[in-house]
Unconditional design. Structure first.
Length: 115
């Protein structure tokens, strides 16, 4: 007669191996998931900051364009050019200051306001 051996130790080993393998796969998968989520969050933050920076750059350019055009117009003035060449002439200085003040009053609505 053939005796059938009890295979309980083999079943216990198989279950233990399966649990350890499942735990290892779960831990490795969780680590990869967390790492990839951190990378995605970092990329999204970088993109958002880039968009905010570009928006602020465009806003600043829009604010400064009138100011720059005023300065370029002032620098093109013959009276101011003569005053820069000869800064010791008080009459020329008075006329240049008056011209600068007239530009300042004419373009006072373009003053820089941050907010």
């Amino acid at each position: 007669m053939i005796k059938v051996k009890n295979h309980k130790p083999l079943t216990g080993t198989f279950i233990l191996f399966s649990v350890i393998l499942f735990t290892f796969i779960l831990a490795a998968g969780s680590a990869v998931y967390i790492f990839s989520m951190q990378q995605i969050i970092k990329t999204n933050k970088n993109n958002e900051l880039t968009q905010i920076l570009e928006t602020e750059k465009i806003r600043l350019e829009a604010i400064l364009k009138p100011e720059i055009s005023i300065v370029l117009k002032l620098a093109d003035s013959p009276v101011i050019k003569r005053h820069i060449i000869n800064p010791d002439d008080p009459e020329l200085e008075r006329i240049a200051v008056e011209e600068i003040m007239s530009y300042r009053q004419a373009f006072s609505g373009f003053s820089i306001i941050f907010g």
